[in-house]
Design a protein around this ligand. Sequence first.
Ligand SMILES: Cc1cc2nc3c(=O)[nH]c(=O)nc-3n(C[C@H](O)[C@H](O)[C@H](O)COP(=O)(O)OP(=O)(O)OC[C@H]3O[C@@H](n4cnc5c(N)ncnc54)[C@H](O)[C@@H]3O)c2cc1C
Length: 394
Amino acid sequence: MEFKDNAEEAAFRSTVRSFIKDKLPGGLVSMGWEEEGADADREALVKSWRKTLATQGWIAPHWPKQYGGAGMSPGEQFIFNEEMAEQRAPQVGGMGVQMIGPTLIMYGTDEQKAEHLSGITSGDVQWCQGYSEPGAGSDLASLQTRAVRDGDDYVINGSKIWSSGAHRADWMFFLARTDPDAPKHRGISMLLMPMSSPGIQINALIDMSGRHVFNQEYFDNVRVPVKNRVGEENRGWYVGATLLDFERSNIGASIGMRHQVNDLVTFAREAAKTGSVPVQLTNTVKAELAERAIEAEVAKLISYRIISMQKRGQVPNHEASMNKNFRSEAGQRLAATGVKLLGLYTNIYDGPLAPQKGRLSRQYLSSVSATIAAGTSEINRNVIATRGLGLPRG
Ligand SMILES: Cc1cc2nc3c(=O)[nH]c(=O)nc-3n(C[C@H](O)[C@H](O)[C@H](O)COP(=O)(O)OP(=O)(O)OC[C@H]3O[C@@H](n4cnc5c(N)ncnc54)[C@H](O)[C@@H]3O)c2cc1C
């Protein structure tokens, strides 16, 4: 792996860097776990930033230009994501950009593309993902929500759970069982439905950090036109796995981890000097902070390994699982070190006495779900053991 940019990459990096420096609205920085429930002022800044990125096709940088993207290669996306993270600029695409947009580009009808893609790249239409069910998470192919054909519609009954942002979304893309007699991966179809459809009930699920991020939905005879099916009937399992030419290193999260370590160290230094918060800067905590700094660097190197594979045309497989596990578990360790540093002050979330405006406290609670969301640590370890180490399936 060549760590240095070649001339072309350096020029591209410089363009992206200057653009962000010039155009990112003052005061708007990515806040990670605080993104949900932002106040109206922040919403307005995010909206203006979204418009600015849209002018360049940078809301969906990996999409082909004809669909409103920037046609970036994985290498260019890596530089773009690295620069966005370095300057703490929020990414604003969401599930529309990462998931359903690429799927429609690959499998959608012309009508579906015309109806949905521009709303995603402009940021005007928000999407949510309805995959998980109360009885189907890691073993997603066991899903039971039914879609029964009735004339030009499917009639949907069942329930989805953990759907992030469903209460704010305009549309949901979801998987439903269209053939209950077929082997379980083969009887599933992907469908699109407006969240305003009659028969959908959305119940809020409040997470342990007190945030309303995800939801459970109940479908009672919801009608979805057959024209809203993406790809062939009963092929939804394969349609749902589309990624397009997507950069998978997650360099943004690796850099975010380094920012968090640095912020914690700066905070500890200042608090120790001014006495604003009685930080527990013991030798143990100092040693842990050093470990966390090393881990942030390791996370970055794993990201580099993945992008170097993609640049060579290889598809990261167990490497992506290693990356996800390392980042999510190191994130939990980082939050736990922060809690040791702040001691009882971790319990203060708001007001003048809350260290770092309660960010660390919220991160400590939110980080728990990181090893569950988007593939659990155990499932990823299975992938590493079988596909990476060649061990037999248990
Ligand atoms: C923050 C967050 C956001 C999410 N957003 C969405 C969303 O927008 N849309 C959506 O559809 N879903 C979403 N999910 C759901 C997520 O995809 C599931 O939680 C995840 O797939 C795990 O499924 P489960 O919760 O049913 O756990 P289960 O699959 O029931 O797993 C329970 C435990 O058993 C372990 N386990 C299961 N199978 C195996 C195995 N074969 N070998 C070893 N151990 C195993 C798991 O690792 C886990 O520890 C979200 C989850 C979180 C936490």
